[in-house]
Design a protein around this ligand. Structure first.
Ligand SMILES: C[S@@+](CC[C@H](N)C(=O)[O-])C[C@H]1O[C@@H](n2cnc3c(N)ncnc32)[C@H](O)[C@@H]1O
Length: 277
């Protein structure tokens, strides 16, 4: 027990373990993530419904979605994808959560929208070519290591037409400054989020100040099973992310407020980049 808890408190090398898939594909956890997605008033897995409507509104004003080929990476249960299709875009939504894809397909069935939703791991599978716009929405870039980001950028570039756009949003350095290191422990930690039956959950939060990186490291101990989950969150500054996209073949045209598409203010805890291929 002592050794196990000591291990849990050891600071891992940045991005040394990748467990994000568990969060979105485990039967029990993904069911709750879907509930969070569909909570129109909450900001847990997707933003609130009014925020999503506002974001699709400025994307339409900026890019003129009607007739455009749009690929929504990590589309979840198609909350953005269907709204963009309603505005006339031809949308491909991709996600590795079978549960979300199934839900999205059922919800879109019979709608006659130009909306295709597929199971796809955007770090491994080829993306559909000929896109005018590729989206990665709700800070999904923040969960990826520098190496995974480079893989993703190459795939997005290959998917975009020349002159097409990549739009992604991220959490800012200002939000990192609000975070604190700490440990917590509880029976059925987070109200049964991690497993259907009984378990003990341990959480250690590590901050990597020089990297603007946080890790929530969970140990979930059930009667017959023991799991560790590593939730990495990279926080960004506009200058360094702009430079990173530049090194990967994109030209960043604007850094904007996620909810309005207006120029970003440094006081805001998240921002979006509009990058041209
Ligand atoms: C924070 S949620 C955002 C969902 C959606 N963009 C929204 O804002 O409503 C992240 C989504 O990305 C998906 N995802 C994460 N990594 C992925 C990967 N490598 N390939 C495909 N989907 C992925 C998850 O299954 C989840 O649906």
């Amino acid at each position: 027990m002592f050794d196990e808890l000591a291990a849990l408190n050891q600071r891992p090398q940045p991005f040394s373990v990748y467990t994000a898939k568990t969060l979105w594909t485990d039967m029990h956890i993904s069911a709750q993530m879907l509930d969070f997605h569909l909570d129109a008033e909450g900001d847990m897995a997707s933003r609130r419904a009014d925020s999503i409507a506002a974001i699709v509104g400025w994307l339409d004003a900026r890019f003129g979605l009607a007739g455009k080929a749009v690929c929504d990476l990590g589309c979840g249960p198609r909350l953005y994808a269907s709204r963009m299709a309603e505005r006339g875009a031809r949308v491909t939504g991709l996600d590795f959560s079978v549960r979300s894809v199934d839900y999205g397909r059922r919800a879109a069935a019979g709608s006659h929208l130009a909306l295709d939703i597929e199971v796809c791991d955007y770090l491994k599978d080829d993306l559909p070519a000929g896109q005018d716009l590729v989206l990665l929405i709700y800070a999904d870039l923040c969960a990826l290591s520098p190496h995974q980001r480079r893989i993703l950028y190459a795939k997005v570039r290959a998917a975009l037409k020349p002159g097409g756009y990549f739009v992604c949003d991220v959490f800012s350095r200002g939000q990192f400054d609000q975070r604190e290191e700490g440990t917590s422990y509880g029976r059925r930690l987070m109200d049964g989020f991690w497993a259907e039956g009984d378990y003990f959950g341990f959480l250690t939060t590590f901050l990597y100040d020089d990297l603007n990186l946080a890790l929530d490291r969970y140990l979930i101990v059930e009667p017959q099973r023991r799991r560790e989950i590593f939730n990495w969150l990279q926080y960004f500054e506009p200058e360094s992310l702009t430079a990173e996209l530049g090194e990967n073949g994109f030209d960043v045209e604007a850094v904007v407020d996620v909810l309005t598409g207006e120029p970003w203010q440094v006081s805001s805890s998240e921002f979006a980049l509009i990058a041209k291929r």
